[in-house]
Design a protein around this ligand. Structure first.
Ligand SMILES: [Cu+2]
Length: 162
């Protein structure tokens, strides 16, 4: 075996070990972040954007931060706040620094408050479908969820067919 292929093999072994240890590290820590009451709200079945709400709890002793969201069914995702301006008009603003989750605390993402915005949805959804997203935490890493979809405005026809 030439020296070149030996180096390649060593590199492959090193990468495998790295992947395994990263996974177990992530899982151990992710157990301390608990996500509950998750839902994805769409205005209609064919809405091009939607909002995701849930409660997140940090049962661990180390602070964490939700820094991003990944989803294969949206072209873009953002973390948003919802503020009423001095002019009385509601505005959504991008939370550039994510949403912090101190140890022992919980945060609720809800309508009229912080939420995840899904933009450019690539398919239609029906009430009760599941929408898959992955939350990316600074320490806990990736937490994947399948959230039940709620359609805000349903027609009489779509009610009957569901
Ligand atoms: Cu928004």
């Amino acid at each position: 075996m030439g020296i070149f292929s030996r180096i390649i093999m060593l590199r492959a072994k090193f990468m495998a070990a790295f992947v395994v240890s990263t996974l177990s590290f992530t899982q151990a820590i992710a157990e301390e972040i608990v996500i509950s009451d998750g839902t994805a709200l769409l205005a209609t079945k064919f809405a091009k954007s939607g909002a995701v709400y849930f409660e997140m709890q940090n049962l661990g002793g180390v602070g964490d931060r939700l820094i991003g969201v990944e989803s294969e069914i949206a072209q873009k995702t953002e973390l948003h706040s919802h503020e009423i301006g001095a002019d009385g008009v509601a505005r959504m603003e991008r939370l550039e620094d994510g949403i912090s989750l101190p140890p022992g605390q919980s945060r609720i993402l809800e309508q009229g408050g912080d939420h995840i915005m899904l933009m450019g949805l690539t398919r239609a959804f029906s009430q009760g479908d599941h929408l898959e997203i992955s939350l990316i935490f600074e320490n806990a890493g990736e937490i994947s969820l399948a959230l039940p979809v709620r359609i805000a405005r349903r027609t009489a026809r779509s009610e009957r067919s569901e």
